[in-house]
Write a protein that binds this ligand. Sequence first.
Ligand SMILES: Nc1ncnc2c1ncn2[C@@H]1O[C@H](COP(=O)(O)OP(=O)(O)OP(=O)(O)O)[C@@H](O)[C@H]1O
Length: 276
Amino acid sequence: MLELISLTKQFGTKTAVERASFKVDHPMMIGIIGRSGAGKSTLLRMLNRLSDSTDGRIVFQGNDITRLKGSSRRHWQSRCAMIFQQFNLVPRMDVVSNVLHGTLNQRSTLSTMFNLYPQADIHRAIEILDRLGIAEQAPKRAEALSGGQQQRVAIARALMQDPAIILADEPIASLDPMNAQIVMQSLRDIHEQDNRMVIANLHTLDTARRYCDRVIGMRDGRIVFDGTPEQLSTNVARDIYGADASFSEAATSTQIDTLDRETARLLEEAKAEALV
Ligand SMILES: Nc1ncnc2c1ncn2[C@@H]1O[C@H](COP(=O)(O)OP(=O)(O)OP(=O)(O)O)[C@@H](O)[C@H]1O
């Protein structure tokens, strides 16, 4: 249903993504891992057509989406909704209005200007918030919510678009371990219950292993691993991260049952050192 064929992105002389190819036959949850600068965000941005590829193709359900323009490009962008590390909500706007923003592509300029939403959309927004366990936050300003709640609002906004694919660029990188798990479980539930594809850039191995059906590892712009969580051994991980023998898996862990915040901070430091 989704195929990337030799997708490449150059920024001047820098090749951020080099001939990335993979094929997805049915909706699944995919984690993309790799060290900082490996090309994960660039890959996701090309998929969503936020950024144009330099070469190669993206094919979804038989349609080449690589060169879509204007309204067809916007239509594709609502078919593959994107969520970001920093949530990208309008902080002073209430939660439900933020969620309704997910329908912007489908509404006229006039109704957008006057913030007019059909009653059915408002009900749907509340239903989605309820499903994500945050319906009672609906009237509050987005900025009044915790990070984990804000990310769930961003997921709700994405769901308003009824997307076939949800692309998540480091969705839990700004969250504490507890909220990280809640957000990852929400994405997993959305995949399982709605049969939507989820592709998430993740910076921790254990998260990829725990929540994803398939893991893609990137190094220096190339896909160097594509397999199941079981196939993602420590040696493979070491290869993806380009770390030497001192590479420690624990340094990429966010499990709340084993970590408190201080330990997590120390491990983050250890991870940074291992990757230098
Ligand atoms: N707009 C840009 N202009 C020039 N170079 C860029 C641009 N965006 C990304 N790059 C470069 O492309 C490479 C891949 O960056 P990218 O952000 O995709 O990596 P990443 O794996 O997502 O890293 P991180 O986890 O830090 O976000 C990096 O070397 C980066 O400096």
